[in-house]
Write a protein that binds this ligand. Structure first.
Ligand SMILES: Cc1ncc(C[n+]2csc(CCOP(=O)(O)OP(=O)(O)O)c2C)c(N)n1
Length: 376
């Protein structure tokens, strides 16, 4: 039987864990909602990337000597390896912390292509990093003992210790609050307008999560090919850099990056590269719903910061903004026809179709078709 998020949370707090930081994951969604509800805003921090969470947890431990918990999807381990090995490792500052990891792509469990390799090498990766771990699943009546063991290892040996969480471990969290801002479009409505207004030669690079899934489905619905679209199914936060690489290599083609706020924040530094290089054929659209909608709707820092102001401050480009379909329709042509680099922030409300599918074209085929399209 799946574990109640509250039971898991209470077990952790029973061991004195009071500080939580991480980037949300769909497998940990229910637990993340529970922390959000149970802990004050300065004790639960949704960080821009997973490495930031490890570093913040380190700061917490150094200040209060209390054991923090960092959470992430296993794709985020790559973002966290540097601080885990060069800050927290036994050979450096030896920092105790619990690291809760959602195990996407576990062998034998059906998952999307971008999770397969990470899932397959998950245990070997942890072994290679010399990070001890406990594996927890929905059938685990021993989860309290496993938490207790991990806490002991982390504290007694003063090192990061992983709680590796299998798919389906958590029960639904009952108190989940559904937030929405109804006067705005949702992402799919905005994407429909964008795709309608881009010409057939435009190159699109779209971000991780539901944005790419919706673009795929809109093309299917319209009977269009997918050759124009590079779907960044994994590698969250890097779609603007992929698009930038293409824009520089294909200066005569128009390139549009369709980003998310969580993804853009994850590797915000790429904005400074775009601003330094200033490619005229590069256009950046931000679908800003202020949450990580694809993995459960947890807030991003975009709730509190002005994303357009950040882009403007690095000196990027021509700026556009829309909150309504009419504003989007009015501005999209000028956005596409005036010289780039330009930035279009579209404020949308969270939400997507319950029956939203996943791309049925394999990434390798998406790549082949896309590369042929780039050569046209
Ligand atoms: C490195 C990494 N960390 C976490 C994830 C899990 N993840 C997939 S989509 C997503 C949310 C993206 O949020 P945002 O860019 O705001 O787009 P939205 O889902 O709101 O459309 C997250 C956290 C991931 N794929 N990779």
């Amino acid at each position: 039987m799946a574990i109640k998020p509250n039971d898991f949370f209470n077990e952790l707090t029973g061991h004195g864990v009071e500080f939580f930081a991480g980037v949300p994951d769909s497998l940990l969604k229910e637990f993340c909602l529970c922390i959000d509800d149970s802990v004050s805003g300065d004790q639960h921090i949704i960080t821009a990337n997973e490495g930031n969470a490890v570093a913040m947890a380190t700061g917490h431990y150094l200040s209060l000597k209390s054991l923090p918990l960092v959470y992430m999807q296993n794709s985020g381990l790559g973002n966290a390896v540097n601080p885990l090995l060069s800050l927290c490792d036994l050979d450096v500052y030896s920092i105790p912390m619990l690291v809760m990891i959602g195990w996407r792509g576990e062998p034998g469990v059906k998952d999307e292509p971008q999770h397969i390799k990470q899932g397959k090498v998950q245990l070997e990766l942890l072994d290679a990093l010399d990070i001890p771990y406990e594996i927890i699943s929905k059938d685990d009546d021993q989860f309290a003992t496993k938490i207790s063991n991990a806490v002991k290892t982390a504290k007694n040996e003063s090192r990061p210790t992983v709680l590796l969480i299998k798919k389906g471990t958590f029960k639904k969290y009952d108190n989940a609050i559904q937030k929405s801002d109804n006067h705005r479009m949702n992402r799919e409505e905005a994407l429909e307008i964008i795709l309608e207004n881009l010409n057939d030669n435009t190159i699109i690079v779209s971000t991780t999560g539901k944005t790419s899934r919706e673009i795929f489905e809109i093309r299917e619905k319209r009977g269009q090919s997918h050759e124009q679209d590079f779907l960044t199914v994994g590698s969250m936060g890097h779609c603007s850099s992929i698009a930038l690489g293409i824009a520089l290599s294909k200066p005569n083609r128009e390139v549009v990056c369709i980003d998310g706020d969580g993804a853009m924040l994850m590797h915000l530094g790429s904005l400074t590269t775009i601003a330094s290089l200033r490619p005229k054929n590069f256009r950046h659209i931000l679908m800003n719903n202020e949450v990580h909608e694809s993995v459960g709707g947890q807030n991003t820092a975009a709730k509190n910061v002005d994303m357009s102001a950040i882009v403007k401050a690095v000196g990027a480009c021509k700026m556009f903004k829309a909150e309504t379909p009419a504003e989007l329709k009015t501005n999209i042509t000028e956005f596409m026809t005036s010289a780039g680099p330009s930035f279009f922030e579209i404020k949308i409300r969270p939400g997507s179709r319950a029956d939203l599918g996943r791309p049925t074209v394999k990434p390798i085929d998406n790549k082949e078709n896309f590369m042929k399209f780039l050569d046209k």
